[in-house]
Design a protein around this ligand. Sequence first.
Ligand SMILES: [Zn+2]
Length: 145
Amino acid sequence: MKTCQVCGSLDTQDPCAICTDASRDGALICVVEEVGALWAMERASAFRGRYHVLGGLLSALDGVGPDALRISPLVARATESEVSEVIMALPATVDGQTTAHYLAERLSNAGVSVTMLARGVPVGGELDWLDDGTITQAVRARRPA
Ligand SMILES: [Zn+2]
């Protein structure tokens, strides 16, 4: 396995099969924490753009700063290429949200729109099994029925 120098994913080739797939939408970059999240997105087949693997999350507690993650390469990709939207698919944890906030700040001059995945009730999810945070986010992210 090789690490893709463009997106940070793992593949047998570098650049990886996703980065070299001309049928994918080069205007969209989905930012994920680790390769596992990328594979989860691919399994769902809900996204046809490209990815950027950060290699972790910012964490004051664990002493992980911006230089420990692939943030500068992301800003460079967003600034220099045909990218028009960066979608943050980061965990709904304190570190995930801190990282998303920081990335939005860093990307504010890159000429791209920065979006986040909506959070909400999982498909097949029964309300009484959900934690309060998920229910709160689902109410906030509600849309016309
Ligand atoms: Zn790649």
